[in-house]
Design a protein around this ligand. Structure first.
Ligand SMILES: [Zn+2]
Length: 403
């Protein structure tokens, strides 16, 4: 008996998130007795911009500075009994270091006092910090240990808002069940020798019903001996949805009938699972809001990003509007764009395809396309990787294949 697969859903990061996380800047810090911190901040305010770097703590006790960073700072010249704070000033491109030193030198701790043997000098140091806000608590904790104490404000200008991801993920309670069907159809097509061992499932998010299941069929030949190399699971899945819509009397073109090739494909193609595909107002609104935010950020960030198409045609014209897709393998560029053009709501895939997959954003060991959520695309969908380790779901598809 095949064991029931269990696993974990891991949200996929967007390209912008990956890029933002890699950017760092150099900035000035200076140690100062705690009681003089305000005096210095007021003096600096007139000279350098102190409103930047809001994702970093302006003041830090020496104990909260990461050990590796502290090791490169000179020992402070203040007596040990004085409570010291480090002030994060601004990025190094905003002012020359001498200007910071000159401003600091005018405040009281650095003025000569009667009876004091040594007058401390301002010790301005340069450290490297993350240039952008963290997009998760984990990232914030990591950066605080590596660079400088970080402030995490729940939000993500580089991808879907954390609450949208979390709320949607909480509802994906049947992921294991749908992945199992995707694997069933994958095994069927591979066992009869018509395609690679990969499969796809589309689910009606309102009812939880499986609308269609499709396996890979690129090796299947017709009467003339021709095969169809573009018969990837996703392409066949979208065709099946079109066919079911045709049965409902909707106008979908071209009218190109698709033949179910396995028992599982037949079962779902003949099922009545196309009902109540509308009425997902809550989800529509959530996605709309997230996309609006994202577009605003994109416009702020760059004016060269092209234009986002805002005035969308009626959603009923899109084959898989807001549907949920479960895939055994990360889809290729063609299939990822087909999902985007069909306006799917979410995608869950299991195996990464490092040479052909178009969803994962990391450049190391992947193509880095991140095609599910980019400001230059006119639709976005949420994407997760399904991670599990069940023998019958191991990857048997060669690396050079597009899924
Ligand atoms: Zn494909």
């Amino acid at each position: 008996m095949i064991p029931k697969p269990t696993g974990t859903l891991v949200p996929i990061r967007t390209r912008a998130e990956i890029r933002a996380a890699l950017q760092t800047v150099n900035c000035y810090i200076i140690p100062i007795p705690a009681k003089a911190a305000n005096e210095l901040i007021l003096a600096l305010r007139d000279v350098v911009p102190l409103h930047e770097l809001q994702h970093l703590r302006r003041l830090s006790r020496p104990a909260f500075i990461p050990v590796a960073v502290a090791a490169n700072l000179p020992p402070t010249q203040f007596p040990p009994e004085q409570s010291i704070l480090y002030i994060l000033i601004c990025t190094t491109d905003k002012a020359p270091i001498q200007q910071i030193v000159d401003v600091a030198a005018k405040i009281s701790p650095f003025q000569r006092k009667h009876g004091r043997r040594i007058t401390p000098k301002p010790q301005v140091s340069i450290i490297t910090v993350p240039a952008n806000m963290p997009t998760s608590q984990e990232q914030s904790d990591l950066w605080s240990k590596k660079y400088w104490p970080v402030v995490y404000k729940r939000g993500n200008p580089f991808g879907p808002h954390p609450s949208l991801v979390e709320n949607t993920q909480m509802k994906l309670t049947r992921a294991h069940e749908y992945m199992e069907i995707a694997w069933k159809v994958a095994h069927e097509v591979a066992d009869i020798g018509i395609g690679h061992r990969c499969g796809a499932v589309v689910v009606n998010p309102d009812t939880g019903d499986v609308i269609a299941a499709a396996g890979d069929a690129r090796s299947r030949t017709n009467e003339s001996g021709w095969c169809y190399p573009l018969a990837h699971p996703v392409m066949r899945l979208v065709e099946m949805v079109a066919q079911k819509r045709l049965k409902r009397g909707e106008v979908v073109s071209p009218n190109n009938p698709i033949t179910p090739l396995t028992e599982t494909e037949r079962k779902y193609l003949n099922s009545e699972s196309m009902e109540s595909l509308d009425g997902r107002e809550a989800q529509k609104e959530a996605q709309k809001a997230a996309q609006k935010e994202d577009q605003k950020e994109a416009q702020k960030e760059s004016k060269t990003d092209g234009t986002s198409e805002d005035a969308s045609p009626p959603m009923a014209n899109y084959l898989c509007h807001n549907m949920h897709i479960y895939l055994t393998h990360e889809p290729c560029v063609m299939c990822s764009m087909a999902l985007l053009h069909s306006r799917v709501g979410i995608v869950v895939f299991q195996h990464r395809m490092v040479n052909s997959g178009a969803l994962v954003s990391e450049f190391d060991g992947g193509l880095g396309h991140g095609l599910f959520w980019r400001p230059d695309l006119n639709w976005k969908y949420l994407t997760w990787q399904w991670q599990n380790d069940t023998p019958h779901t191991r990857n048997e598809v060669p690396d050079n294949i597009s899924a």
